[in-house]
Design a protein around this ligand. Structure first.
Ligand code: NAP
Length: 256
């Protein structure tokens, strides 16, 4: 469903970005920042239409045309439909950011198959589905900036996170392969690997564990969604025109 009720114009001058998981947390901050940067923004979300409406309103205040739909990125056909509808509504995509993600933490010895599958299907398959649906259009127009969301868990592994770490490590390989395949078509693909960012996802981390993380962060604070959004804004801009295939940590120094 679209909350956007302005008539659309095929002659829109603003570049167009598509963000998966744009209703809350990091994805939402990215939607807001890209709207500020001058993009029209399409995004999808899983179930929280209240949060999606707020995100749309916020982006519209910055002057962006918006297009939001409820989509499970684990569903390939539905994701294809969404990407096509976003392009039909806002115009061809210039930037794609895959932020939709979930965690279902549990030690491997206790993990059930559903917890494994849900995480891999949403995070890794979801990233593939969004990029697969968008790539042809980017190649054809010889433009495209893709940013995928990995995690420090995808680089170093996280305790109780074999499913999440595997999905996020997969995203790194996927993004690097994408950068190699399509660099010659003008498509850049980079991956960000946030550390501990304050969102609903990390609100689920037990207090004692959060305190322990905090002690290990040289900058002495958890990250804000805007810390990631600012960097994504740079990665989709011309200012990062010679950067592709990279995995860039945004973690306050947690991993050094
Ligand atoms: P969040 O606050 O839980 O927000 C997740 C977003 O993804 C929401 O907009 C949610 O939609 C959407 N989403 C979830 N499952 C989806 C699905 N199947 N299809 C479409 N949309 C879906 O999470 P976050 O902390 O912002 O995390 C965003 C990304 O950054 C994730 O990929 C996460 O793994 C990664 N990351 C986060 C951290 C951190 O510390 N927070 C660190 C490293 C990496 P609804 O609102 O409808 O549920």
């Amino acid at each position: 469903m679209s909350f956007h009720d302005e008539p659309t114009s095929a002659a829109a001058k603003r570049p167009v970005a598509l963000v998966s998981g744009g209703s809350r947390g990091i994805g939402r901050a990215i939607v807001a920042q890209l709207a500020e940067d001058g993009y029209d923004v399409a995004f999808c979300y899983f179930s929280r239409s209240d949060a999606a409406e707020e995100a749309e309103r916020e982006a519209a205040k910055a002057g962006a045309r918006t297009f939001a739909q409820r989509v499970d990125v684990a569903d390939a056909a539905r994701t294809r439909e969404f990407v096509a509808a976003a392009e039909a509504e806002l115009g061809p995509l210039d930037a794609v950011v895959t932020a939709a993600g979930i965690a279902r933490d549990r030690p491997l010895a206790m993990m059930d198959d559903t917890e494994w599958q849900d995480v891999v299907r949403t995070n890794l398959d979801g990233t593939y589905h969004v990029c697969r649906a968008a790539i042809q259009s980017l190649i054809k127009r010889r433009v495209g900036r893709i940013v995928t969301l990995s995690s420090i868990a995808g680089v170093y592994g996280g305790v109780g996170q074999t499913n999440y770490s595997a999905s996020k490590a997969g995203i790194i390989g996927f993004t690097r392969a994408l950068a190699k395949e399509y660099g010659k078509f003008g498509v850049r693909a980079n991956c960000v690997a946030p550390g501990f960012i304050s969102t609903d996802m990390t609100a689920a981390v037990p207090e004692a564990a959060s305190r322990k993380y905090l002690k290990q962060i040289p900058l002495g604070r958890f990250g804000a969604p805007e810390d990631v959004a600012n960097f994504v804004s740079f990665l989709v801009s011309d200012r990062s025109g010679y950067i592709t295939g990279q995995v860039l940590g945004i973690d306050g120094g947690l991993t050094i």
